[in-house]
Design a protein around this ligand. Structure first.
Ligand code: ACO
Length: 320
């Protein structure tokens, strides 16, 4: 266990889509979306590619680490799907940055992807197979939601968050739960036209049983955080910030109440960006970091849940 985060970055598409914009073509309202989710607006890709967004977030993280792209020797790219099925986004980003990487790969673990990527980076850095690992989480959910389905499309947004990870002693704990289950949340593959297939090959969209995922999230967040704190003889009072997956403000508020902690320890930005899947935590981390809120020696909890179904929790001792 031997890494620390030495730089953060993020990038959002320019196009802002408000709840009022959605209410122009959907049977919904700003009042419903705001009170049920906390979301006020989200960013949606217009003419940018995922690679454009990822490059911007990556350069932000590299600059904030006081490094150059030529210092990056590994890229882990978390996404549900890149600009292409193949080549991978990590390969394309390596070329865009002209980074002399030995290792690049994409991971698809849904919303928990950032914390899984941190765990992978920890392994490579610990084994000295990499020195400066760039993690980029970039998601374009607007490609997968059915824009006629008010129960899902209002929840999501597009965006990218990035960090650079290097050798250090930040990691206190990291843990995951995994239960292969596509019943309540998933995205079907793109349409095919094989003349030999007997399954339905028409284009399908993101589907979600919101209430089941809500229950899963509310239970798992406090359970995972409490267990991680106990394993390390810590209490919620010892934590400076809880950076939680940004899916629904009611889910964040429930964790806050159950952990009996004040508002200011739970920064959030889902009101501006919606749920950007694996990008939510690194985007928020970048905002908090750039505001100078996290101080050297602060203990920070990261916690995510999502399709898989997976949960992920991580406690860091922030070193700046
Ligand atoms: N506008 C207006 N009405 C709506 C909308 C909308 N956008 N969406 C649903 N409704 C209606 C429903 O049709 C339903 O109407 P009915 O009572 O006449 O049948 C009513 O509102 C209530 O619907 P519920 O689904 O019960 O609403 P709920 O309070 O559960 O909120 C929500 C739904 C916001 C999706 C909530 O369940 C939730 O946040 N779940 C967790 C979602 C989540 O975390 N997803 C991310 C996980 S993984 C990832 O990030 C990829």
């Amino acid at each position: 266990m031997s890494f620390k985060i030495i730089g953060t970055g993020s990038a959002l598409p320019e196009k802002v889509v408000t709840n009022f914009d959605l209410a122009e073509f959907l049977d919904t309202s700003d009042e419903w979306i705001r009170t049920r989710t906390g979301i006020i607006e989200r960013r949606v890709i217009n003419n940018e590619s995922m690679l454009d967004l990822a490059e911007k977030a990556a350069l932000g993280a590299i600059n904030s680490a006081n490094l150059k792209p030529s210092d990056i020797d590994m890229i882990i790219f978390s996404t549900l799907q890149g600009d292409y099925v193949t080549p991978s986004m990590s390969c394309l980003l390596q070329k865009r940055l002209n980074a002399p990487c030995q290792h690049v790969f994409d991971i698809n673990i849904g919303c928990s992807g950032f914390i899984f990527a941190l765990d992978l980076a920890d392994s490579y850095v610990s084994l000295k197979k990499a020195k400066n690992v760039l993690i980029v989480c970039c998601e374009i959910l607007s490609r997968f939601v059915n824009w006629q389905d008010r129960s899902t499309c209002v929840l999501f947004g597009d965006g990218a968050g990035a960090v650079v990870v290097s050798e250090g002693e930040s990691l206190i704990d990291i843990k995951f739960t995994i239960s292969g289950n596509a019943e309540h949340l998933g995205i079907h593959p793109v349409a095919g036209n094989s003349p030999f297939s007997e399954s339905d090959q028409s284009r399908k969209w993101l589907y979600m049983n919101g209430q089941e995922i809500y229950k899963f999230a509310v239970e798992s967040i406090t359970r995972d955080i409490k267990e991680a704190l106990e394993r390390n003889s810590l209490s919620p009072d010892d934590i400076a910030y809880f950076i939680l997956h940004q899916a629904n403000l009611r889910i964040i508020n429930s964790a806050k109440q159950k952990l009996n902690q004040p508002d200011e320890k739970f920064p959030h930005n889902l009101e501006r960006y919606g749920n950007t899947s694996s990008a939510t935590i690194p985007i928020l981390l970048d905002e908090v970091n750039r505001k100078g809120l996290i101080k050297n020696g602060d203990k920070v909890v990261l916690d995510a849940f999502g399709s898989g179904l997976t949960t992920a929790v991580c406690i860091l001792n922030w070193i700046s």
